[in-house]
Design a binder for this molecule. Structure first.
Ligand SMILES: Nc1ncnc2c1ncn2[C@@H]1O[C@H](COP(=O)(O)OP(=O)(O)O)[C@@H](O)[C@H]1O
Ligand SMILES: [Mg+2]
Length: 405
């Protein structure tokens, strides 16, 4: 199978929930009746309504939609965790819905790995045994599965934690273990249902980046589900937007942004290309406080490529800012760290939108992000605001350039 070939194909897939899914509810749905009315008339819930999509070998295909739009139902028909009411799902020329028993099990095992939002680890097994559990069930020897598990843990950056127990790992790390478990059997297809949705935003972006790296290196095909358009546009090669069980639009992020197929998509997109939906916590970085008693040279080294860091008081509240620009100026005159500190820094909250901090960011100084009690929880670099706001614009610009020049 070469890159670009279709590896998963959904053909006219319908899924109705209720006692008689193939009865009148299906007829009404097929004749064009919407989800709400079908429900009102028959008591059946329309999960999927004539869903068609192709996923190509090696791409990240994202299904995006609001809660209840049918995303989980769609991904579950792909490995037959759910039976379809009508229609086919073809993977590598195999009609998945026709499989049963051992052939279905080996198909799932060999072709797909699945990662869920809430990923449960066996509490009394070590990380490596958790990752290798699926292989154990397949009767693979301890040595062989440890090998595979270590390789998978290495891919998600957890090689050093193989012999820890789950309770010693943070939520984000546990979710990585979930990804490692899916990767352990080295399946060509990863099915990820809101895999990062429960993670806090900093970790979530890291995971997105790492997953994109893994995908680029291993050439997996990833079917990724999210309710977050930002996430979809960030990681998707192509994005499929669903509403009420139907596919509304499939396209590259550029196509979705610049040629929304319907008013529904346009409304979503409008929210994205404004700084008004992106919140500070999505792009702030971990604070890395400086000591006011530190040698200025050491404090500058500590800043690294940050445009500044904060000095904290005994309660963890920011009391001063060491800006890189100030530090450079003062070090030129032989001054100390204390000489370079300033107290006229801007403060914002994690839930502020980028538009709300935009004016402060114009000063070029980092903004202190504090929680309810005034404690420093993040460091917002104005460069990151510009990058984030510029990202969607540059998507559009590049797209227009390609098309019109
Ligand atoms: N087992 C079920 N029984 C009845 N209705 C269901 C079942 N699973 C899902 N649904 C309904 O199908 C629709 C799609 O659900 P789902 O695929 O879980 O949405 P999403 O993942 O996009 O939030 C929703 O209206 C949901 O209530
Ligand atoms: Mg879901």
């Amino acid at each position: 199978m070469s890159a670009g070939e279709v590896i998963i194909r959904a053909e006219h897939v319908y899924k109705l929930f209720g006692p008689q899914p193939r009865g009148r509810a299906f007829e009404l749905t097929q004749s064009g009746m919407g989800k709400d009315e079908v429900h009102a008339r028959t008591g059946h819930v329309v999960g999927l309504n004539d869903v068609n999509f192709d996923v190509r070998q090696g791409e990240i295909f994202v299904i995006m939609g609001l809660s209840g739009s049918g995303k989980s139902t769609a991904i579950r028909t792909v490995n037959k965790l759910l039976e379809t009411t009508h229609g086919k799902v073809i993977i590598d020329d195999v009609d998945v819905q026709q499989l049963t028993g051992p052939p279905l099990q080996s198909f799932r095992r060999e072709k797909t790995g699945m990662v869920f939002q809430h990923f449960a680890l066996f509490p009394h097994r070590t990380i490596i045994d958790n990752v290798g559990y699926g292989l154990k069930v397949q009767g693979i020897s301890k040595a062989e599965r440890d090998n595979a598990s270590m390789r998978a843990l290495g891919l998600v950056g957890l090689g050093a934690y193989a012999h820890y127990s789950p309770s010693q790992l943070s939520g984000g790390m546990q979710q990585r273990v979930g990804l490692a478990r899916a990767l352990a059997a080295d399946p060509p297809i990863l099915l990820m249902d809101e895999a990062f949705s429960a993670l806090d935003p900093l970790i979530r972006r890291q995971m997105q980046d790492e997953m994109m790296d893994i995908q680029a290196n291993l050439k997996k095909t990833i079917l990724f589900i999210t309710h977050d358009l930002n996430e979809a546009l960030r990681i998707g090669d192509r994005v499929c937007i669903m509403k009420d069980g139907q596919v509304v639009q499939i396209g590259t992020p550029e196509e979705i942004l610049t040629q929304p197929a319907t008013g529904y998509v346009a409304e979503f997109v409008q929210d994205v290309d404004q700084g008004r939906v992106i919140q500070v916590h999505e792009i702030m970085v971990e604070p890395s406080p400086v000591e006011k008693t530190a040698e200025l040279r050491d404090a500058m080294a500590h800043l690294g490529d940050r445009s500044g860091s904060f000095v904290l008081d005994a309660d963890g509240k920011p009391e001063a800012l060491l800006a890189a620009s100030d530090a450079i100026r003062v070090s030129g005159t032989g001054g100390s760290t204390a000489d370079a500190l300033r107290t006229d820094f801007a403060v914002a909250r994690p839930e502020n939108t980028l538009n709300e901090v935009y004016a402060d960011a114009g000063r070029g100084l980092p903004i202190a992000i504090v929680d309810d009690s005034g404690k420093l929880v993040g460091n917002l670099d104005p460069r990151h605001i510009m990058e984030e706001m510029g990202r969607v614009e540059s998507l559009i610009d590049n797209f227009e350039r390609e098309v019109f020049m």
